[in-house]
Design a binder for this molecule. Structure first.
Ligand code: PMP
Length: 406
């Protein structure tokens, strides 16, 4: 029989635990480099100006109410989301070989994809994650009982990509494995394959008949350029892969708590592609119905409005460049300061890495010392959220790092 007493204590989520510890700290120079959420130069959350504008428009719309969205979500949002990641002129969209379901942000999209594959992917494949990867990947795929394996990704010595190791593991994996790939701005390392390396990966995945599962949480946020950050996904679609995409709008619209996301499935070209995609869409709808019934409306309305309006879209691109640009400036400043002080080690990886995070190479011991001595809060694996740095705290942080490294 069930015994409530026997339920064991689960560990606290490390990052949300870190955030609570930061909040409880009264030191005036404390620095929060934990959770990946954009902050402005005053360490404050930033509502994108274009999002404020869209909210104003929505507030004045007399036609809006609080009715349910359809099971697959707001169609104007999901179709614009597909164009955003696949490209407006994508042959896959023109040939109606894609289907899209609105999800509870990127997490919900990864989950819906994992659930779908657990149910319909024959032969009980393993899913391969980069080592390291976003910690939630493990939990999400474990919850649907898909066995997990990893491929090497980060080289401790170069603080860049271990491309040889990655290729070897992908080529040693049983044929028809699921390979999870970060579309851009890899979390936690900030290290992405180059275009040439993506091309090699595509050849390898094709040879092995692997199934690519793209997780795209940072489009436009990495480089400031939406098309550039979608290049890998579009290239794989061009190569004829059947694949899926989990898309988050948390970071690029700053809509973290509104949970705006999308899951896309793309089938290969073929005479029956439209029928196939129709069946897939029908199954996704059933899964969605049993899990969340229908997705939340507010964030999707905001993103949908901006994605479908030429003027607002341009303003959004401007906001993206503001966020990506400030982060890139902070990367340069941090590297320069550490080099100026002669801090032991090499620091070029800080500007080589892209996106929200930098994998500093600091050890767990050094991370804990930074927290205890300098009130700097960062993940134990040495990852820092670049957005937590600003012109007011970067000197303080660089000096603190210098001290623990010596
Ligand atoms: N995948 C990756 C790799 C991420 O970094 C994130 C954000 N931390 C997500 C998915 C999804 O986040 P959200 O559910 O907030 O969209």
């Amino acid at each position: 029989s069930f015994s409530a007493d026997a339920v064991p204590q689960a560990p606290e989520d490390p990052l949300f635990g870190l955030m609570a510890a930061y909040r409880a700290d009264n030191f005036d120079k404390k620095v929060d480099l934990g959770i990946g959420a954009y902050r402005d130069n005053d360490a404050k959350p930033w509502i994108l100006p274009v999002v404020k504008k869209a909210e104003e428009i929505l507030r004045k719309d007399p036609a809006l109410n609080h009715e349910y969205l359809p099971i697959a979500g707001l169609a104007t949002f999901t179709s614009a989301a597909a164009k955003l990641i696949l490209g407006a002129d994508s042959p896959a969209i023109a040939e109606k070989r894609t289907c899209s379901v609105q999800t509870i942000s990127g997490t919900g999209a990864v989950h819906l994809g994992a659930l779908f594959l657990a149910k319909f992917y024959p032969g009980q494949p393993k899913v391969y994650f980069s080592s390291p990867t976003w910690a939630n990947h493990n939990q999400i795929f474990s919850n649907v009982s898909i066995p997990i394996a990893t491929y090497p990704y980060f080289s401790k010595s170069t603080k860049g990509l271990d491309f040889a190791g990655m290729k070897k593991a992908i080529s040693d994996a049983p044929d028809h494995s699921i390979i999870l790939l970060h579309a851009c701005a890899h979390n936690p390392t900030g290290v992405d394959p180059t275009r040439e390396q993506w091309k090699e990966l595509a050849v390898l995945l094709k040879q092995k008949s692997h199934f690519p599962f793209f997780d795209c949480a940072y489009q436009g946020f990495a480089s400031g350029d939406l098309a550039k950050d979608a290049w890998a996904v579009r290239y794989f679609v061009e190569q004829g892969f059947e694949l899926c995409i989990a898309q988050s709008f948390a970071k690029n619209f700053g809509l973290y708590g509104e949970r705006a996301g999308c899951f896309h499935f793309v089938t290969g070209a073929g005479t029956d592609a439209q029928k196939t995609i129709g069946r897939i869409a029908s199954q996704l709808a059933i899964l969605q119905r049993s899990e969340i019934s229908n997705p939340p409306a507010y964030g999707a309305r905001i993103a949908g409005l901006i994605l479908n309006d030429e003027t607002l879209f341009k303003e959004w691109e401007e906001d993206l460049r503001t966020m990506a640009g400030r982060i890139i400036t902070m990367r340069k400043a941090l590297k320069a300061k550490l080099e100026e002080m002669g801090t032991p080690g090499t620091w070029n990886h800080i500007t080589d890495q892209i996106g929200m995070f930098s994998f500093t190479g600091l050890s767990e011991k050094q991370v804990l010392e930074l927290r205890n001595v300098a009130h700097v809060y960062m993940a134990k694996n040495g990852r820092i959220s670049m957005a937590g740095l600003n012109t007011h705290n970067i000197d303080y942080f660089a000096k603190a790092v210098d001290k623990v490294v010596r």
